[in-house]
Design a protein around this ligand. Sequence first.
Ligand SMILES: [Zn+2]
Ligand SMILES: [Zn+2]
Length: 262
Amino acid sequence: MDFRFHILGSSSSGNSALLVSPNARVLIDAGFSGKKLDAALKAVGESLDRIDAVFFTHEHSDHATGLAALARKPGIRLYANAATARDLKGALTCDANWHIFENGADFHFRDIRVHPFCIPHDAADPVAFRFTLHENTLFETRLAWVTDLGHVPELVRRHVAQVDVLVLESNYDPGMLESSGRPISLKQRIRGRHGHLSNPDAMALLASLDNPRLRRVFLGHLSKECNRVELVREALEPVAAARPGCRFTIVDPAGTAPVGMD
Ligand SMILES: [Zn+2]
Ligand SMILES: [Zn+2]
């Protein structure tokens, strides 16, 4: 395998992952402070100073808290679409090296091909990403990062059906959300068409997915208040049993160590 992938953390309170190819070290989202990101990167033998670029899905703080720390690093490229970059720039007091992409259009960062695609979420212009990495001249690996979506449109399903590695949100347990002390308006936002995927939503997508390539799935962005790893595991059991060739990992929202490919 000619690339490395580590989820530095993923939950409702912070999301970021590291993707390393032969020629690039990039972050997907940066939802932790610079200090936390650096510590998580050091745990996998890297550091914030060695990051070449960051790809932002959307402007919510659990995906962009580390922006100010990253923007100060010389040479680091920040990738977002125009609406997300506009929102993120407003939170910055320094200039940064922005690169604006178009949703639905492929672009390259060194040896990584990136394809951003629209997802339904209550942010300016949220996206998910599909990354393509070449393991050798004959074989490529495709990895998708799909969090923060209220439902699964056909476009998302199509992209997810073509990848080898998938990071998918399994945000909340419907019962826990219902019985939580959260205001009704927030409950409605979370389970709305532009909110988040529940455990049953995520499992329904996985169960119905016609994707013989799929070999690794990470379930992430669990809500700290409205979900538990055991509930996701329970919901996942029949789905995982039907896909013996695929390995599943649930990212513990309370976890402190990065979770990666092995
Ligand atoms: Zn969000
Ligand atoms: Zn989020």
